[in-house]
Design a protein around this ligand. Sequence first.
Ligand code: AMP
Length: 370
Amino acid sequence: MSTIKLHDKYFKPYISKEKIEQTVQRMVKEIAKDCKDETPIFIGILNGCFIYVADFIRLYPKNCEVSFVKLASYNGLESTGKVNELVGVNVDLTDRTVIILEDIIDTGNTLQKIYDIFKNQKVKSLKIATLFFKPDVFTKALPIDYIGLSIPDEFIIGYGLDYNDLGRNLDSIYKITTHKMTNIVLFGPPGAGKGTQATKLKEKYNLVHISTGDVFRFNIKNETELGKLAKSYMDKGDLVPDEVTIKMLEDEVEKNPNAKGFIFDGFPRTIDQAKALDAFLNEKGEIINGMVALEVPEDLLVERLLERGKTSGRPDDQDEDKIRNRFNEYNTKTAVLKDYYDNQNKYFGANGVGSIDDITERLSTIIDSL
Ligand code: AMP
């Protein structure tokens, strides 16, 4: 399970489906015990309750009846304060044991309306059973008989609850999360201009640039353990093994606890690296906002790399065989990442041929839209 985006907002996993199941089971048990020999009529408050009611009813061990009313008090994320009755109860409730099943009670405005609607019915008893309850924002002096889970005042979705109509189908609960960071994967084959563009973009967006190639080269120059390990792979144009690279990348991120975000350049280069990066960021409540890719034809890339090799001092830039091997690594292991991010609607390609400033402009247009 990972962070998801609905409309313009992000939501992260919060309450598991197992936890919900246990909670509903506990409520059913308690209510069935209290109802003794009565046949209660459960009334669900639509729309949010439909999954809760369906699960609840199937677990209820004795005879019972079910009905629904439809009220609305939400408009987007904020409770509007006024509640409108849309569809009322059309069953005779005289002398019945009525138990209202609510998915969530927060301010209590909906609950107040329920009490108002039912006070004129000559019911035998009226009880409220809510799956979720937000005690911090509840403002009414009204009884709530059964509470599934008390939660802090955070906007939640899933298991029937929505954000502007989306999210009801999720089988567990997610809560809203605000990302503090902008994290970009700058993508493209060797020689596409990632380093050049990253230098420009990090200034413009105040981001930390992590080039795994640069970090490896720094370690090689300083003859560290990591450098010694990476050198043999790099000199041939092979990829350094994932365990080594992932650990190194995580260390680099941890060195910048106050970063507004990162430009990842040369990472991820394999699906396993991409998955590790997602999991790592997810733990911090952050995500990759998008993969921004420089698209350049291969012949032009070889030309650019050989030209760079004249001054860069990089052994992997000076030999066409090594360059071809890097393309081979790219095409067999790295290019598939396009699909990985595309499947999450996070792949954005840009033409990487043209003047440096024009290309920066193209990339900026993409980043501004993320
Ligand atoms: P670059 O400077 O990005 O072209 O990277 C130069 C070399 O460093 C690559 O050919 C690999 O040997 C190694 N390298 C850089 N990033 C990674 C990575 N994410 N995974 C594995 N090897 C990498």
